[in-house]
Design a protein around this ligand. Sequence first.
Ligand code: GLN
Length: 468
Amino acid sequence: LARLRRTEPSVRSFIHVADAAAEREAEELDRRIASGEKDAVGPLAGVLVGVKDNLCTANMPSTGGSRILDGYRPAYDATAVRRLREAGAIVVGKTNLDEFGMGSTTEGSAFQVTTNPWDDSRVPGGSSGGSASAVSARQCVVSLGSDTGGSVRQPASFCGVVGLKPTYGRVSRFGLMAYASSLDVVGCFGSSVFDTATILSVVAGHDKMDSTSSSQDVPDYASELVSLDLLESKPLNGLRIGIIQETLGEGVDTGVVSSIKDAASHLERLGSVVEEVSLPSFSLGLPAYYILASSEASSNLSRYDGISVKGFIFWSTIFRYGRQVSADDLNEIYGESRANGLGHEVKMRILMGTYALSAGYYDAYYKRAQQVRTLVKESFKGALERYDILISPAAPSAAYKIGEKINDPLAMYAGDIMTVNVNLAGLPALVVPCGFVEGGAVGLPVGLQMIGSPFSEGNLLRVGHIFE
Ligand code: GLN
């Protein structure tokens, strides 16, 4: 907590810090342990976690990075948050993000700019930039983020931490503010693969509040990492790895390419076979992603209509979200609340999505993007029949300067090329730090992305752990 207080003025990872409450919870825990109640405390007892502010928390504000939710306090915890708390973790605050997860730098937050702990003139990545920088600056041990098109993996890469995007449906989305529901997943950050594996086991699993959550068994991912593999000289013997050709070409920084090639050689030395594999549909993923994500967002965000109701039902207070406006008629309420409550990027996405879904354009954009999604899925499926794991960079560059892409949305979108395909296909992917490029005072981290078949998180974590 002392470290959090000392570093927060320059990093600004948190929209809301609950340090005093965290201290009280920790003291209560100490008391219970001292009085012999050891069994009463869970496996994550006392572990400080940061939670992305688009996940609902009952006793803290939850803004999604948007003014339109200023002052909103949900009546419930998101399932992933509830499970962490039940395991004894202490939520130390709500981390900064691009408004509703739309962005790749965290500059799109309505509240503040978060800086990269490796160089405070650079972005931490996004949209889960606050969750990544908080772990990177050791302000908390682990954190939760969300990943619709790369929002866990790209900031993990920029901040030099481990980030996991689970299989679609592995973690309940209940209490996650919807951006693009067919792509959204709750993901985890840690400073090691072991920590990341530990929280995944806690948050994953079926939830009756999310019908898309899977009922597949949840392994104890962390205990599976503790094996004799590490003592063998070729612990990855028999593993087949495909390095995605299209991710090392034009537009990718040379420093990033050489870090990934070094990582591939390291994986080979550990016993695996590494070969180049081509995914011809790879570059189609980016435009398809932006059409689908914006389309779904235009529907999901219609709930932020500015209507607030306060009243009592069965003795509990009910209200809808966010800021209240005074206006004379419905259109004025919509107009006033959205014009002032939503930021520029969000409005642009709503317009793009509404356009793509409109009669006359639907076939040309939305339908075509869905067809591309099928192609992307199939090409991954084919490649993952031949390889256990596919690897690529997590982003085409290391962290760039704050402000550098703020007026160039297309350049920012292009930076998502490495990650969006994985969401279109619903696959799990793990990012682990694998090297450095020049920049900042001590160099800037580069992350290696490892992609696997659905529900192969255990395998990805095992390989990531050995690699690390
Ligand atoms: N940068 C991408 C976007 O803006 C991905 C964001 C995310 O994964 N939430 O849509």
